[in-house]
Design a protein around this ligand. Sequence first.
Ligand code: ADP
Ligand code: MG
Length: 315
Amino acid sequence: MMRTELTELGLEVQNLQKVYKSNDGSEPIVALKNLNLQVKKGSFFGLLGPNGAGKSTLINILAGLVIKTSGIVKIGSINQDINVREFKRSIGVVPQETNFDPFLTPYESLDIQAGLYGVRKSERKITQILKNLGLESKANAYMRSLSGGMRRRLLIGKALVHSPEVVILDEPTAGVDIELREMLWNYLKNLNAKGTTIILTTHYLEEAEALCERIAILNEGGLIACNDTIDLLDKVNLKVINIRYSNSHIKKVNLPKKASLKENKNKKLSISYDRNEIKTDQLLDCLRSQGVEILDLSTEEADLADVFRLLTKSN
Ligand code: ADP
Ligand code: MG
């Protein structure tokens, strides 16, 4: 039993490296540093990280848009470099940017994409995909008549025409309104419930918390955490402490390493800290030693945003 579980990987990345060489003589950029990642088949996986962490680089490598410098990428036993066609057919990638041929209708756009993947005419489910994405009425419309949200949905449709077992989305809900975000969430949940492995990058922590059973946090090209979402929230035993102070104003507070400032306004400080590393006493002493006059305090549970803030804190 254990063995099968181990081989049931939706995606596996081994020692993945990407160095972007410059043509203007400036320093090369190491975007991914020996990255190792395992995503269970059928799971909903979140890839988080600040800007420049390397998320898009990873996704573009998977999509075949960026050539890796070294490392191995596999879906199950399908190796990207060995089983090239099979790998391409197993994966559907929704890029960060929307980019469509303005002279094609949504239907044509998906139909051509299906053709590129060698999906037989009789097996194409274009109408169904458009329907599921709420784009039925736009099937034969001019591309330019589609709103930003519609284009984003169409982009997802494009990644699904060949029914890939793994779907990877690069910030699918960036800049979309709440209504569409909810629609996309439901759509993705549904797709996942039917067995598709889903990997998404996001800036929205509540999105990761709501959708992803497991989360990896990427920073400066390397993983700084990879845990089940629930465990990630527990992992660092994070607490948030809210302090009201009497000083008229506090410009800057220096905090211990495993503590980070969330907010400082209206004579209130909000600090998240790792209780495994710092005692509340220590934290308060630290504040007092900087002249903070504490009036009262309360604590609350941390959320993913707090974990993220702490893990990506540079000092
Ligand atoms: P993210 O998607 O997490 O914001 P990226 O993968 O886009 O991160 O970028 C990671 C690093 O690689 C950044 O330092 C970025 O400037 C650099 N980078 C990304 N694409 C290129 C490129 N085509 N050429 C050179 N550097 C790049
Ligand atoms: Mg990106």
